[in-house]
Design a protein around this ligand. Structure first.
Ligand code: ZN
Length: 397
C-alpha cells in the first residue's frame, strides 16, 4: 500500500485541504481529510509499505487526453508501436495517464496498416483506443490534412477500417454534411464508436442532424469549422447549444482566444468541456521542421503550422499546460479545470468507470502539482513514473 498525505486532494466538486489518498496495487482504496483518521495506526500501518508527505501539494487525477497525435519527437501517425510508446511515455511524464491515439488523413490502405499495428497497444492497455481524424473531412475545413486524400464516408470503407483495428477504433471525426455523412454517424453510433463532428463546413441543421443520429463529441470546437454566428447558425452554434455533446477545446492560447474558452465554460460547464492537446510529435521538442502524417510542418515559437500555409497543425502542448492555463489564464476553480482535464474526457470515451477522478476503486492514476501547478510527480496504476521527481518517502511513526 502507498499513503499520500498532506495533499490538497482535488475531487470533482471539492478540494480536500490537508487530505490523503491510500492506494493498494493499481487502485485507490481510500481517501479522506485530516479530520478523518489518517491511516497509520493498527492494521493499516502494518500493510502500508510506504508513506509520502506531499507537503501541501495538489493531488489531481491523471489527465485524460482524447485527442493527441504524438509528442516527445514521436508520432502515432506512423503506426509504429515502439514510436507510439515513446509518445505515450512523453505525455505520461506530463501527467497524461490515459490517452487515445489520433491519426490524420492518409490513404485507406495506410490507415488500415496503422490501426492494425496500433491495435495491440490498445489490447495491452497502453492506449484507451484509436481515433481516426480523417479522411472523411471537409475540403474547405481540412486544416493540416492532405486535401488530395480526403473522401466522403462510405460504410464499407468504415467497416474495413474498423475491422483492421480489431475493435480498437474508439472515435471517428467526420464532416456530417458530406454525402453519406449522416449515415456514417448513425453506423458509428450503432457500433459503439464515437462519431465526432469536426473539420466541417456544416451549418447548424446538418450538425444538429448528426447529434440526433448519435454524434456525441465536437472535435476541437471552433477550429476547422465556422465560428459562432448570431443570424446564420453554424455547427459551432449547434454543438454549443446541444445539452449533451462533449466539446473538445485546445487551450494553448493560439487555437482559441481565452475569452471564448472562458465563455464556453460559462455556457456549458466543465462537465461538457474536454481539454485536449491535439499535440503533434514536436511537443516537448525544439522549434524546427516536423512531419504530421504525410505533410511537412514547421514549428516556430512553439506554434506548429503547415510548411506551405498558415494553417495551424496541432499543438506542441501537454495536458499539464492545458490544465494550468485553465486555472491561471481562464480563471477556473481548480476542481473545474480538473473535471475538464480528466473526468469529462474519460466520460466522453467511456472509461470514467475506471479513471478520471479520485474515487475508491478507481485506478491509482495521480498527478502531484506544486503551488504553481507544475508537475512534480506522476503515479500511473499505483506506480511512480520515472524516478527523478519522486517525493521523498517519510517514515510512519
Ligand atoms: Zn488533431
Amino acid at each position: 500500500m502507498t499513503l499520500l498525505r498532506n495533499a490538497a486532494v482535488v475531487r470533482p466538486n471539492e478540494v480536500i485541504a490537508d487530505g490523503w489518498v491510500l492506494t493498494s496495487g493499481d487502485r485507490i482504496v481510500a481517501f479522506g481529510s485530516s479530520a478523518d483518521e489518517v491511516p497509520g495506526s493498527g492494521e493499516v500501518a502494518d500493510s502500508t509499505s510506504e508513506t509520502f508527505d506531499l507537503g501541501g501539494a495538489y493531488l489531481v487525477p491523471g489527465f485524460v487526453d482524447m485527442h493527441v497525435h504524438g509528442g516527445g519527437g514521436a508520432s502515432f501517425t506512423t503506426g509504429d508501436p515502439q514510436e507510439a510508446l515513446r509518445a505515450i511515455e512523453f505525455h505520461r511524464s506530463h501527467g497524461t495517464t490515459t490517452n487515445i491515439a489520433s491519426g490524420v488523413t492518409a490513404a485507406i490502405s495506410d490507415l488500415e496498416k496503422q490501426v492494425s499495428e496500433l491495435a495491440g497497444l490498445v489490447e495491452d492497455g497502453q492506449l484507451a483506443g484509436l481515433h481516426l481524424e480523417g479522411p472523411f473531412l471537409s475540403a474547405v475545413r481540412c486544416g493540416a490534412h492532405d486535401p488530395a486524400l480526403l473522401r466522403a464516408p462510405e460504410l464499407p470503407v468504415l467497416d474495413q477500417l474498423v475491422a483492421a483495428g480489431r475493435g480498437t477504433i474508439r472515435m471517428v471525426t467526420l464532416a456530417p454534411e458530406l454525402p453519406g455523412g449522416l449515415d456514417a454517424v448513425k453506423w458509428l453510433a450503432d457500433h459503439g464508436i464515437i462519431a465526432a463532428v469536426g473539420h466541417t463546413d456544416a451549418a447548424a441543421p446538418d450538425a444538429r442532424s448528426a447529434l440526433n443520429r448519435g454524434a456525441s463529441v465536437a472535435t476541437h470546437l471552433f477550429n476547422a469549422m465556422r465560428g459562432l454566428q448570431h443570424r446564420d447558425p453554424t455547427a459551432a452554434n449547434a454543438l454549443l447549444s446541444d445539452t449533451e455533446a462533449i466539446l473538445e477545446l485546445v487551450n494553448d492560447g493560439f487555437h482559441v482566444d481565452p475569452s471564448l474558452i472562458s465563455l464556453v465554460f460559462k455556457m456549458v460547464g466543465a462537465g461538457r468541456v474536454a481539454l485536449i492537446t491535439d499535440a503533434v510529435s514536436a511537443a516537448g521538442m525544439p522549434d524546427g521542421p516536423y512531419r504530421l502524417g504525410p505533410l511537412d510542418i514547421e514549428v516556430a515559437d512553439g506554434v506548429a503550422r503547415l510548411t506551405d500555409s498558415d494553417a495551424l497543425a496541432g499543438s506542441t502542448m501537454t495536458m499539464d499546460v492545458a490544465f494550468r492555463r485553465a486555472v491561471q489564464v481562464i480563471g477556473l476553480p481548480i476542481e473545474q479545470a480538473s473535471l475538464a482535464a480528466s473526468l469529462t474526457p474519460a466520460r466522453a470515451i467511456g472509461v470514467d468507470d475506471r479513471v478520471g477522478s479520485i474515487e475508491v476503486g478507481k485506478i491509482a492514476d495521480l498527478v502531484v502539482l506544486d503551488p504553481e501547478l507544475r508537475v512534480s510527480a506522476v503515479m500511473s496504476r499505483g506506480a511512480w513514473v520515472g524516478d527523478a521527481k519522486l517525493p521523498k518517502p517519510v517514515n510512519v511513526s
